[in-house]
Every structure is written in C-alpha cells, then in structure tokens.
Design a protein around this ligand. Structure first.
Ligand SMILES: C[C@@H]1O[C@H](OP(=O)(O)OP(=O)(O)OC[C@H]2O[C@@H](n3ccc(=O)[nH]c3=O)[C@H](O)[C@@H]2O)[C@H](O)[C@H](O)[C@H]1O
Length: 441
C-alpha cells in the first residue's frame, strides 16, 4: 500500500484585488479537498468578504487576518483595489509591503511546506528560503498576458497598441517604491515553479513561451471553475431584485455590462458607452460602481429607457447574472476571471479592454471567435458611441451574432469542463506532494 505521506501545510497569499482573491480562494478549496491544511492570508475586510468555506473543508482551511498597516493617502477601510480609484493603488501596494513583518512572524511560527504567492510581495522569496519554505508564484493572469507583460518590457515594444497595454506606471517605480515589473521579476525568480490559471487546451503555445522567457517550469492549474466567490454574491435580497427584472426580459435579449473591480471610466469613455448603449437599443444591466454618474447622459439614458435598463451601483453577483437565460451577451473589459466566467456558460463577448493584459485577452478571444472587439482609432486608440453600438449589434442581433453565440457555446464545453480543470488542479497538488521541502525542525 502506498505509504500515507504526511499531509502538507500550504499558505496562500493573494494580492489585494478581487481578480486575484477569487482564484486564490478557489485554488485553496481544491487543495483542501485533497486533505491538506490551508492558511489563507489576507486583510480583515477581505477575509470577511470571502464566501463561507464549505462545511466539510472548515477543519482544514484557516482564514488568517493580517491588519493592513496605515499609509498616508490610503483611505481608512480601503483594503482592495475595488475600494479605491486607480491612482491610489500604489499606496495600497505600499501598505501591502508593510505586511512583511507580521507575515514573517506567522511563517516562523507555523513553518508551512509551501507558500503560494502573487505578483506583488517581491520581499517574500528570501524570507521563505531562509525558513526552508518552498515558493510557488501563482499567476491569475492568462499565460498570454504573463508572457507578453515581460516580453513587452524586454522588447520595449514598438507597436502603438502595445505601448497602451502596459502604461509607463508598470515600468517606472511608482509611489510604492518599486515598479510592477520589478515585483514580477523578483517574484518569478524566487519561485520554484510558476502556476498559471489556464490549461494546455486553451494556451499550449503561450505556456511554452512563458517557460522560455521566465526560465521556470509552468504548471497550468486549470481555470478553477469558480462557484460563488464572494460573500456579497450570496446577498439574496439583491439577487431577488435583479432576478425579478431579468425574468421580465426576453430570452437572450439583455446585454450584461461590467468592467471588473478596477476600471474607472474617463468622462469621455463613460459618455461614449452610455450613448452607444442607447443607440443599440438593447435592454441592458450595467454594473457601475466607481463612477460619478451625476452626468445628464446617464440620467437621460436610464429615464428614456423607461425600465429598459438597470444601472447597478454596488457589488453585483456576476456569476448568477451571467447564468440567467435573458442574458445574450457580455460587454466586458476582458479581465481573465470575467472572460472565464462568461465562457463557462457559453455567453458571447463584446470585447472592450482598458488596461494591462486585457488587450491580450481580447485578442485571444477574437482569435477564438467567441467575441467581437469594439473598434478603436488607430492613432489615439479611442472608441466611439458608433463603434460601441456596432459591436453590440454584431453580437446581440440574431443573424450577425450567430457565429459568436455558436463558438461561445462550443467553447463552454472546454471552459466549463469541470473534470478537465479538476485534473489540472489535482496534478498541481501532486507536484507539491512529490516536491515537498524537507522541513528543518
Ligand atoms: C490585476 C488585474 O485584475 C483585474 O481584475 P478585475 O477585478 O478588474 O477583473 P476580473 O479578472 O474580471 O475579476 C473580477 C471578479 O470579480 C467579480 N465581480 C466583480 C465586480 C462585481 O460587482 N461583482 C463580481 O462578482 C467577477 O465575477 C470576477 O470574478 C483585471 O483582471 C485586470 O486585467 C488585471 O490586470
């Protein structure tokens, strides 16, 4: 009989963003399902925003709260990118770096076998190696995004589009004291391997490119088919309100509009999107949290539509909404989690990337014909109400949208293949079991 090896103790330490905390939490549950002990570390408010740990996993999953140090310019109670405007994010990174001491004390005390960390804590690899703890960098980005981020930096890309993909603040040391590229290079060099939220069937080639540019083994962990990811998703009062409105709409008639937890629209983009939705004439459900919407256009749009659209101003249960039969398309910023969630249920995409690796995800989705990209001007990279309305019609209208709907349906067999993605996660856990460090007592 195979000897029963001692179960592992694994620490997970995500960056302070919902696009990261969600996938890390999903990975933690998959690891715990194999009987290993998990310490999931974040700040108090983020821990409280996680959904309940399933009953059967609670004995194995410890949610560890490390209070976020105070930093000037970081508002009280701000503990994730969703809580602040984009220009304050460097101060959140500065506060995050202040977790070095308390985290070190925790690691000295509990001596885990592994720590799975994110792109931000550049100071963590030397601490872990001193303590004999093995490190894994878990990239919640797609392999395409992870590859091009470094390739663009090393190649100083000439194409105009690339230069807007990763604005200078990713390369220049910002108010956090170090650039994102510096963080990423330190993190990946300090990791034994790099785990990526993808699979060979979707990104076989980009995974090989990542191995060459990062000079590390890449382990795809699958897409981590998320369940409800955040406590807010279980707010039944909100969901009942939303579902009552969706139930009144025709099947496949509503465009769901959401730009993740970080994008704040410029006044110009906000107006063009508002007018583009109006011109398209489709019923819409628009999640609009970080926006000053005193503008007349929005009031008019919602008013004129006489209930044809909902502008939702707080956290929306995205997974539940996307699964509703009245949703016919998703106008998205192309955040990797949002794209995965949409294609798991076969919902076609209207692609409107704004920053970072979203442009790369948009290109990947265009190649797979599961979505139509909103055209932007060659010179300034701007879109208009006309190009937005045209993109909405290309996906939502019966004839024009047929290809995207059929392809998205086809892709859902891969994106939503729970057995396939669980196999990837199981193989990742097997790697950690067979490559465990010898713990020095
Ligand atoms: C580093 C950065 O992480 C970002 O994450 P962001 O939160 O913007 O987007 P998603 O990855 O879709 O993640 C957003 C997640 O939040 C959920 N959600 C969000 C708002 C809401 O009201 N309700 C919800 O359920 C949504 O379902 C998804 O799971 C982007 O990737 C960006 O490209 C990347 O560089």
């Amino acid at each position: 009989m195979a000897e029963q090896r001692e179960k592992l103790h694994i620490v997970l330490f995500p960056w302070l963003a919902f696009g990261h905390i969600g996938p890390f939490f999903e990975l933690a549950k998959l690891i715990a399902q194999k009987g290993h002990k998990i310490s999931f570390i974040s700040t108090p408010r983020n821990i409280h925003r996680l959904p309940k740990v399933p009953e059967n996993l609670q004995p194995l999953v410890d949610l560890i709260e490390l209070p976020l140090p105070r930093v000037d310019k970081l508002p009280e109670n701000a503990e994730a990118t969703v809580d602040i405007p984009k220009h304050i994010i460097p101060y959140l990174k500065l506060a995050f770096d202040g977790l070095e001491q308390p985290l070190t004390k925790f690691l000295e005390r509990c001596k885990p076998h592994w720590i799975i960390y994110d792109f931000a804590p550049y100071w963590l690899p030397p601490i872990s190696s001193k303590l004999g703890i093995s490190c894994i960098f878990f990239s919640i980005f797609s392999a395409s995004g992870l590859y091009l981020f470094l390739d663009d930096y090393t190649r100083k890309a000439s194409e105009s589009e690339l230069n807007t993909w990763f604005p200078e603040d990713h390369y220049e040391a910002n108010e956090s004291g170090v650039s994102d590229v510096f963080r990423l290079l330190r993190i990946s060099n300090g990791a034994q391997v790099i785990a990526i939220r993808t699979c060979m069937e979707i990104e076989g080639e980009p995974l090989k490119l990542c191995e060459s540019i990062y000079k590390r083994s890449m382990i795809p962990v699958g897409l981590l088919t998320p369940s409800l990811q955040f406590s807010e998703d279980s707010n039944d009062e909100n969901w009942n309100t939303i579902r009552n409105w969706l139930d009144k709409q025709e099947k496949g008639s509503v465009i769901y509009i959401a730009f993740g937890s970080e994008v704040t629209l410029s006044d110009e983009n906000f107006t063009e999107i508002t007018m583009g939705i109006e011109m398209s004439g489709f019923p819409f459900f628009w999640v609009l949290k970080k926006q000053n919407t005193s503008s007349v256009e929005l009031q008019d749009m919602v008013g004129n539509n006489s209930g044809k659209g909902i502008v939702w101003r707080t956290w929306a249960p995205q997974m539940r909404i996307l699964s509703h039969k009245s949703i016919g398309g998703f106008l998205t910023h192309c955040g990797w989690s949002s794209v995965i969630e949409s294609l798991q249920i076969g919902c076609p995409l209207v692609l409107l990337p704004f920053q970072n690796e979203q442009f790369i995800v948009a290109r990947l989705m265009e190649e797979k014909k599961v979505g139509f990209k909103v055209q932007r001007s060659e010179d300034e990279g701007k879109f208009t109400r006309d190009s937005l309305a045209n993109a909405l019609r290309s996906v939502m209208l019966e004839e024009e949208g047929k290809t995207y709907r059929n392809q998205a349906e086809e892709m859902s067999k891969l994106f939503g293949n729970k057995e396939l993605h669980k196999k990837y996660a199981d193989e990742f856990v097997d790697y950690m079991e067979t490559h465990r460090p010898i713990i020095k007592n």
